[in-house]
Design a protein around this ligand. Structure first.
Ligand code: FMN
Length: 216
């Protein structure tokens, strides 16, 4: 079965994407509004896209009224944001912070989130996050009528000391962070505990020797 995306509604396209592109990491994004209120909200249209400079990208859909969500408004106006990664123990606060909280109310207080000052940007870090990235806006792309794609350069990466196993070689104890990801549906998440290792192969020309080019 296939689906011509142009024949579907936005909601239907969204369903196909979020039901299949899984697991997705979660960016718990902190920003500051023009009114000085600190905003926090989770975004799973998120990933890392480069290292020179280090880039993070967020997909911010419009709200029910077709307007930018607070995170998008604040990033476009202030040019700064912090991406905090989510550990299992923060699921409840992260989930509370996705509620439709009025613009003049801070999710930080509403959800009881602990914060710490950032070094280079105004929005704070989430203190309990194993890793936080201080970001400066590189570009906000309004593609279509329903969303903005925000590209940020990572200025500073914070890793909680307990997860840095070798500061010289930058080895991190990623499993110990117990990060969670987003799955299909509206309330499904995944732990990062069921892992396996596949060594990366070298090219081996012998694999092709004598093989019929039509065989798989
Ligand atoms: C785990 C999770 C991931 C989410 N990912 C996104 C996303 O990628 N894009 C989006 O527009 N909304 C996403 N949402 C919904 C927003 O968090 C929600 O609309 C929130 O109220 C936006 O807050 P803001 O207006 O303070 O930015 C997600 C919600 C949850 C719980």
């Amino acid at each position: 079965m296939h689906f011509q995306m142009k024949d579907l509604t936005p909601r239907e396209r969204y369903k196909l994407l979020i039901s299949s592109v899984t697991p997705r990491p979660i960016a718990w994004v902190t920003t500051i509004g023009a009114n000085g209120v600190v905003n926090a909200a989770p975004y799973s249209f998120f990933n890392a896209f480069g290292d020179s400079p280090a880039l993070l990208v967020l997909g911010l859909l419009h709200d029910g009224e077709g307007a930018d969500k607070d995170t998008a408004t604040n990033i476009k106006a202030g040019g700064e944001f912090v991406v905090n990664l989510v550990r299992e123990d923060d699921i409840e606060q992260m989930n509370l912070s996705c509620a439709d909280v009025p613009r003049d109310v801070s999710e930080i207080e509403y959800a009881g989130i602990a914060t710490a000052p950032a070094l280079e940007v105004a929005p704070p870090l989430i203190a309990t996050s194993p890793v936080s990235f201080e970001c400066r806006l590189v570009e906000a792309l309004d593609i279509g009528t329903r969303q903005s794609v925000v590209i940020g350069e990572v200025l500073v990466t914070h890793v909680a000391d307990e997860f840095v196993t070798d500061p010289e070689r930058l080895y991190l104890d990623t499993p110990a962070m117990r990060l969670v990801g987003r799955l299909h549906g509206s309330g499904n998440y995944v732990r990062t505990t069921d892992t396996f290792t596949v060594p990366r192969p070298r090219y081996d020309p012998e694999r092709l020797a004598g093989r019929d080019s039509t065989s798989p």
